[in-house]
Design a protein around this ligand. Structure first.
Ligand code: F6P
Length: 481
């Protein structure tokens, strides 16, 4: 990839994470999560400065020493600017507002019985608003150094950053991309009106606002109409552009030693028919109903006993948030329940592994016969794109109609409704039974689509959407996909 012009990306989690290794030295590792996975590809083609929150003690220490140069997986350099927040500000920002409130509201998981608590107002003002201010101030400083650089703000953590940057630098070229679902005005009505208004005003300060699907985009337009009377502005700035996968990176990882070792271990103990799920341990991913569905499958298809196994590789997530702690316990109970009912001395139907091991996930991508992706709601779901790309066994994808990726992949999957457990059991049975030629043609269909709609195409479209609405002054700013 050719190097492009300067580009500023701002997100909560950075593209690399830092922790202290056993010998005491600071070690860098791939940042977790879908947004980071997808956007890391941009680092290779552009002169990127990435502004992100310092998460944890080691990163806070690093933040103190200013901007640093990091290397992407393929060796190209980028600048990383970690921003340290006050610990209590960050807790309220991430642990009260961004995840338990915004994430749940936007995934249709907000329960009206739930008490948002007296903490909501202070957590909003002294947490979310404050953290957005700190990140926006860092972006403005970077803009002073790189005045031509377009600013690409990412996701629900940073809804207020565009308006704050706009107020400080009216001429800035700003885009925002939301990586999670968008719900309509009725769902937002559970929040105080000033919070909903500030979020949507924040986004309307952008020149360009992107979503994974047309459905999420039109929910945004409806909200701007109802909350602000600015539906027409929302219509003008917004577009749908589903994010992609860095296919070259996955090909390389799948061929690497780390994956080979893990695959050999998996292949040695695998059942004849391997059903796989790979997710963060998040309530939106619907793992509990997935285990229940697998139990129902075993009930209705005794011929599969001893032959089929469900492997669930779950990445621990947001473990400081009580709802996540409870959900993880529910996941473990649901997996145990299936095993208590059906296990035999020679066969354990469900294997649940809760661990952050990305290479183990890729090894399992190579080996599955059926991939279960059944989220209650999901902005896109990258697993549905990543796994078929490298799978070696003509695996069939069982995909929730509520995942953003369904809009793109529907013709090559077995669809499921995420709350219909019986329906998911039937879908698993159907997926196991799909005949050879059809399996191959579905997998090929997904692969062709994923390779054609790649990160270059995604990044190119984001740049064109920004250029169309906020033309560059001269030739300084360019984003090279
Ligand atoms: O999907 C939105 C997202 O921000 C993705 O980057 C990722 O899948 C996940 O959420 C990461 O969340 P966190 O940074 O809280 O681990």
């Amino acid at each position: 990839m050719a190097r492009g012009g300067p580009l500023i990306i701002a997100s909560n989690r950075g593209p690399v994470g830092f922790r202290r290794g056993s010998a005491g030295a600071i070690e860098a590792s791939r940042g977790a999560g879908g947004l980071v996975t997808a956007l890391r590809a941009l680092v290779d083609g552009n002169d990127v400065t990435w502004v992100a929150s310092a998460m944890g003690e080691v990163e806070r220490e690093i933040a103190g020493s200013g901007r640093r140069t990091e290397e992407s997986a393929s060796g190209s350099a980028f600048s990383l600017r970690l921003v340290a927040h006050d610990a209590e500000v960050y807790r309220r920002f991430y642990g009260v507002i961004a995840n338990p409130v915004l994430w749940f509201v936007q995934h249709g998981l907000w329960d009206l019985k739930q008490d948002p608590g007296a903490d909501l107002g202070p957590a909003w003002r002294e947490g979310y608003v404050e953290a957005n201010r700190t990140l926006a101030a860092a972006v403005v400083e970077e803009l002073d150094r790189l005045p031509d650089a377009p600013v690409f703000v990412q996701d629900y953590h940073l809804y207020l950053v565009p308006a704050l940057v706009r107020a400080a630098r009216p001429e800035a070229r700003i885009a925002h991309f939301t990586h999670i679902p968008r719900v309509g005005p009725d769902a937002w009505a559970v929040l105080p009106r000033d919070i909903g208004a500030a979020i949507h005003e924040g986004l309307l300060a952008c020149d360009s606002v992107g979503f994974h699907t047309e459905q999420w985009r039109s929910a945004f337009v409806d909200c701007c109409g109802t909350l602000l009377g600015r539906g027409a502005d929302a219509e003008r700035v917004s577009h749908a552009n589903p994010i992609a996968v860095d296919a070259e990176e996955f090909d390389a990882l799948a061929a690497g030693d780390g994956v080979r070792e893990r695959r050999d271990a998996l292949a040695a103990g695998r059942p004849e028919i391997l059903v796989l799920r790979v997710d963060r341990a998040d309530p939106s991913k619907n793992a509990v109903r997935g285990f229940e569905a697998f139990g129902r499958l075993l009930e209705r298809a005794p011929a599969l006993h001893g032959r089929v196994g469900l492997l669930a590789l779950l990445d621990p997530s947001r473990e400081e948030i009580p709802e996540y702690v409870d959900y993880r316990a529910a996941i473990e109970r649901a997996a145990d329940e299936v095993n208590e009912r059906f296990a035999r001395p020679d066969w354990t139907p469900v294997s649940l592994v809760v661990r952050d091991d990305f290479l183990a996930s890729i090894a399992a991508y190579l080996e599955y016969d059926v991939l279960l992706v059944n989220p209650v709601m999901d902005g896109l779901n990258l697993v549905a794109k990543e796994a078929p790309l490298v799978n070696d066994r003509d695996g069939v994808l069982v995909l929730s109609r509520e995942a953003g990726a369904f809009e793109e992949l529907a013709e090559w999957v077995v669809p499921v409704d995420p709350l219909d457990v019986e329906g998911q059991a039937a879908a698993l049975e159907r997926a196991i039974g799909v005949a050879g030629a059809e399996r191959r043609s579905w997998l090929d269909g997904i692969r062709r689509h994923v390779r054609m709609h790649d990160m270059d195409a995604w990044a190119d479209r984001e740049l064109r959407e920004l250029d169309a609405r906020a033309p560059r002054q001269g030739a300084g700013a360019t984003m090279q996909p």
